[in-house]
Design a protein around this ligand. Structure first.
Ligand code: DX5
Ligand code: ZN
Length: 224
């Protein structure tokens, strides 16, 4: 079984004390910090740049899972690598040569990952799997840009297709994950779970992280 991991998204943390948000997630048993980078063009919102990744790296010792919702990710790979990212996710819909950009991420010693929007067919990422350009796929279960949106179950068919094709790949799901939606997502074969608003609104984040992990473990690949 691939590692089941929980990745709190600091988009849902208090921007006035980001370091504390990261530390809270780490203390709660999170496996990685998910950093949502938005440029206001690829998505209708602006969030963090490489400095936020640096601040998170300085605050915690768990890996940084960096989701680039930006139009030209190829221009910023080095900045995010230098900032301390561990996994760098680019969108298949962005304006870049996907193969080259993923290779650049790997050449910098980072884990390359591809991500796709809800309306994008899963076939668009097949070359990334067939040629092993990626270590991870991030399936969007909301339209990217904002936290706190409703989970779209249509992501599950994509996850199942990817899991059947590639048992070696990490499949992350991002958007609307909570103690209920985690079950069908894991059932389809996801093993990494981004959760923003659900985790940061908890009084006991540690129990919530453990709860997500337990439900994910129990349900993993059950629907395949
Ligand atoms: C959306 C981001 C998500 C977001 C998830 O564009 O990619 O990572 O922070 O937030 P929740 O878990 O609140 O849907
Ligand atoms: Zn994200």
């Amino acid at each position: 079984m691939p590692d089941i991991q929980i990745m709190p998204s600091i988009l849902a943390a208090d921007f006035g004390c980001l370091a504390e948000g990261c530390q809270r997630a780490e203390a709660a048993g999170a496996d990685q910090i998910h950093v949502d980078v938005m440029d206001g063009v690829f998505v209708p919102n602006i969030s963090f740049g490489p400095e936020a990744v640096k601040a998170s790296v300085a605050a915690v010792s768990i890996p940084q899972n960096v989701h680039l919702m930006i139009t030209k990710p190829q221009n910023y790979i080095r900045d995010f690598a230098d900032a301390g990212s561990d996994t760098i996710q680019i969108h298949v819909e962005s304006q870049c040569d996907v193969q080259e950009t993923l290779a650049a991420i790997r050449a910098l010693g980072k884990r390359p990952a591809i991500t796709l929007n809800p309306e994008t067919p899963v076939e668009s990422i097949f070359p990334c799997l067939e040629n092993r350009w990626v270590d991870e796929v991030l399936v969007m279960s909301v339209h990217p840009g904002f936290g706190g949106q409703k989970y779209m179950a249509s992501a599950e068919a994509k996850i199942a297709t990817i899991r059947r094709m590639a048992d070696w790949v990490d499949i992350a799901i991002d958007g609307g994950i909570d103690n209920e939606t985690v079950a069908p997502a894991a059932g389809a074969g996801a093993n990494l779970f981004v959760a923003g608003s659900y985790l940061f609104k908890q009084d006991d984040m540690k129990a919530a992280v453990a709860g997500l992990r337990e439900v994910a473990r129990k349900n993993f690949c059950k629907a395949l």
